[in-house]
Design a protein around this ligand. Structure first.
Ligand SMILES: [Zn+2]
Length: 210
């Protein structure tokens, strides 16, 4: 189970990717959960080294799920006055997300390619922010990949979008099967990239550098 390749072509359902209602964060509640974990593994949550741990872990989880409380669609604001209609590829955007099955981090790289329509292009930092907004949620790599692709496709309305994510899942490499170094590759392909295999392989070879 080394490399897996999933081609996810997901239908477009929503115009906004923000969940309908996200409850406010409750740091105290998370901290009491962490205290229970410490007790559960036989630790003393009151010993000096652990006294601030529940609070720290709570703050970390709030940060790692910040994307739940952001509206990704709002990030897609095309730069005005452009004529560029050739493929744009941003490679190696680093991502850190949390697997929703284990609350364990998965980390890796996201590559985004799109073909602009009518000169609508996006600031490069916006692409990185878009991936971060979706990564900072409880995720599955497959869903993360399609959410980034779908949002870009719906909001920017380019001719095509392709998103590839390569990531290492600590729930797989540190525990369970312990396949250290195993990389999971997922992709989402929309619009022109789906129809035209030449364009798709051009993008893929630019992404993989082969
Ligand atoms: Zn997992």
């Amino acid at each position: 189970m080394g490399q897996t390749m999933n081609s996810k072509i997901t239908s477009i359902k929503r115009k906004r990717n923000k969940p309908a209602r996200v409850p406010a964060v409750d740091l105290d509640r998370i901290a009491s959960g962490v205290r229970l974990i410490l007790e559960g593994i036989g630790e003393d949550p009151n010993r000096e080294g652990l006294i601030d741990t529940p609070r720290r872990v709570a703050e970390m989880y709030v940060e790692l799920t910040a994307g739940m409380r952001e509206d990704a669609a709002q990030l897609i604001v095309p730069l005005p006055g452009n004529k560029h209609d050739e493929m744009v590829i941003v490679k190696d955007i680093s991502i850190a997300s949390l697997c929703e099955h284990h609350l364990a981090p998965f980390v890796g790289k996201c590559h985004v390619a799109y073909i602009p329509k009518n000169g609508r292009i996006l600031g490069l930092s916006k692409l990185a922010r878009l991936t971060e907004t979706f990564a900072r949620r409880l995720q599955l790599q497959e869903r993360l990949t399609s959410e980034i692709a779908n949002t870009l496709f719906e909001q920017l309305q380019p001719l095509g979008v392709m998103v590839v994510i390569e990531a290492e899942h600590t729930c797989m490499t540190l525990r369970g099967v312990k396949k250290s170094g195993a990389i999971t590759v997922t992709s989402a392909v929309l619009g022109g990239f789906r129809k035209d295999s030449r364009t798709r392989s051009e993008a893929m070879s630019l992404i993989t550098g082969k």
